[in-house]
Design a protein around this ligand. Structure first.
Ligand code: ATP
Length: 198
């Protein structure tokens, strides 16, 4: 599904590579565990694969086709849930999802279904800035599924969640795998990696 060959990346002014010649293949429908010590270059790699940082050196293939520049087809196919909850605090949970849904030019999942899925339906009309950390994290996770992504990038999806919500999110991730979603999962939590990753 995704093939990365000899990826290198240097931040401006840095003499050292943040990503130093990494290569890997991810099969369709696989939960690919992306593990490594602090500073190994995981976030940088994720940012390149989600189009936040440019491809400087190396090759990325999606379904055997080389990607030179990420386009809307690619962005339409991916979902992203990173650790830092980047939501609009003055909007309610539902308004946040509806706003992001409005950016897609094809039918997407309804915000009420998504909120129900992550057990936030009772907080749908509360301002997201007033959500707890774990609630914000679940909102970001729900947002990453709006477009029914074929490829889902998850960074520490259950850190900061209480045990029952961690189970809820892990069950959703397992369900997505059954639907053949390809999942790129970054984590330092070996139990999560062991339980979820192929
Ligand atoms: P962690 O497990 O701590 O999240 P990581 O594997 O995600 O680490 P990166 O954040 O990708 O690692 O960092 C890789 C290297 O790039 C590190 O040496 C880091 O100092 C450097 N780096 C990261 N972001 C920047 C930046 N914005 N500007 C300059 N250097 C950076």
């Amino acid at each position: 599904m995704i093939e990365v060959k000899n990826l290198f990346f240097k931040y401006n002014k840095s003499h050292e590579y943040a990503v130093n010649g990494i290569s890997f293949d991810i099969n369709e429908g696989e939960i690919f565990g992306f593990l490594g010590p602090n500073g190994a270059g995981k976030s940088t790699t994720q940012k390149i694969l989600t189009g936040i940082l440019p491809v400087q050196e190396g090759e990325i293939y999606l379904r055997k086709e080389r990607i030179e520049k990420f386009n809307n087809d690619y962005f339409n196919a991916i979902g992203v849930s990173f650790e830092q909850p980047n939501i609009y605090g003055k909007l309610t949970g539902k308004e946040n999802l509806d706003f992001f849904a409005s950016m897609y030019d094809y039918p997407v999942q309804s915000s009420s279904n998504l909120l129900k899925m992550v057990d936030l339906d009772s907080a749908a009309n509360k301002k997201a800035g007033e959500y707890s950390k774990g609630m914000q994290q679940r909102l970001v996770f729900a947002r990453s599924l709006i477009n029914r992504p074929k490829i889902l990038f998850l960074d520490e999806p259950v850190s900061g969640l209480d045990p029952s919500n961690a189970v809820l999110i892990k069950e959703i991730i397992k369900g997505l795998r059954k639907q053949n979603t390809t999942i790129f999962l970054t984590t330092h939590n070996m139990t999560v990696a062991d339980e979820l990753c192929d």
